[in-house]
Design a protein around this ligand. Structure first.
Ligand code: COA
Length: 247
């Protein structure tokens, strides 16, 4: 069977300290795309049809088929029967009778890869970004980074600043995806300790999110080309890594 169409074999669902981190490969053979498309919900098919470029549409189809195949493995149901609905702030959440305990998830995609975090925590947020030059880096950084993060960025040589920014940015975006509020949040008010991401892969949100439980995260890089972060409440997540499709 085509590995892109298989429900991955999954160890027991994550316990409260763990997040299952799925590295999703989003470039299947073209011939597999129609079968992946068949796994999507009617709403996802409408959204897929709206993309202007084939490339973006194909990535969306594979990411959502992968999301359904993986979640179906945890829920012991068919991919098409995984019921997703937006929460109060628009964050997609698992719903319906098939769901197991408090299983939650969050998805991100960039370039050829996706990242899916699955755990028992209420607030899970993930972000992945492919390395790229950022022409208006100073301007963007000034609007989204805290003072402490900005001073870290400014200590870096010019050729390292885009990578440093993406490390800082993925941590922050994973935080606001955990809360569900997204990039409408006052990002520069969110303080993350330590401010310098290469110094530690574990970080803590220390300010900027009143009325929420403390959030913690872990950041990482894939092959120097992709930067990512995973955030949840209570404690820094212990990550167990999985691959889609299975190798
Ligand atoms: C959610 C958001 C951070 C996504 O950022 P992005 O870099 O474009 O995309 P990512 O690949 O990291 O994540 C996209 C996935 O996040 C998930 N997502 C969507 N809304 C979300 C939310 N409110 N919280 C957490 N996750 C969300 C979806 O699974 C989405 O995948 P899909 O587009 O294939 O359905 C951004 O779109 C956002 O802030 N949206 C909510 C608020 C908003 O729309 N504000 C607009 C005015 S500021």
């Amino acid at each position: 069977m085509d590995p892109y169409l298989e429900t991955p074999a999954i160890a027991p669902a994550p316990d409260s300290g763990h997040v299952h981190a799925w590295r999703l490969h989003l470039s299947p053979p073209d011939a597999t795309l129609p079968a992946l498309h068949d796994l999507l919900s009617p709403e996802e098919r409408v959204k897929a049809a709206r993309f202007r470029f084939d490339h973006d549409r194909h990535r969306y189809i594979v990411a959502h088929a992968a999301l359904r195949l993986v979640l179906a493995g945890y829920l012991h149901c068919k991919p098409a029967d995984v019921l997703l609905q937006p929460g109060a702030l628009g964050k997609p959440l698992l719903a319906g009778p098939g769901r197991v305990g408090s299983l939650s998830f969050n998805l991100s995609h960039s370039g050829d890869w996706g990242l899916l975090g699955v755990g028992q925590q209420e607030h899970i947020g993930v972000d992945i970004e492919q390395y790229r030059d950022i022409p208006d880096l100073q301007e963007v950084a000034a609007t989204v980074l805290s003072e402490a993060e900005l001073s870290v960025l400014h200590t870096r040589p010019a050729q390292e600043r885009a990578a440093c920014f993406l490390r800082l940015w993925t941590r922050k975006e994973a935080v606001v995806k955990a809360t569900g509020a997204g990039i409408g949040t006052a990002l520069d008010a969110i303080e993350i300790d330590p401010a310098d991401p290469p110094l530690a892969d574990v970080f803590t949100v220390t300010a900027g999110l009143p009325d929420l439980p403390p959030l913690f995260g872990r950041s990482f890089a894939w092959d120097a080309d992709y930067f990512g972060a995973i955030v949840c409440e209570n404690a820094p997540p212990q990550l167990a890594w999985y691959e889609y499709p299975a190798r």
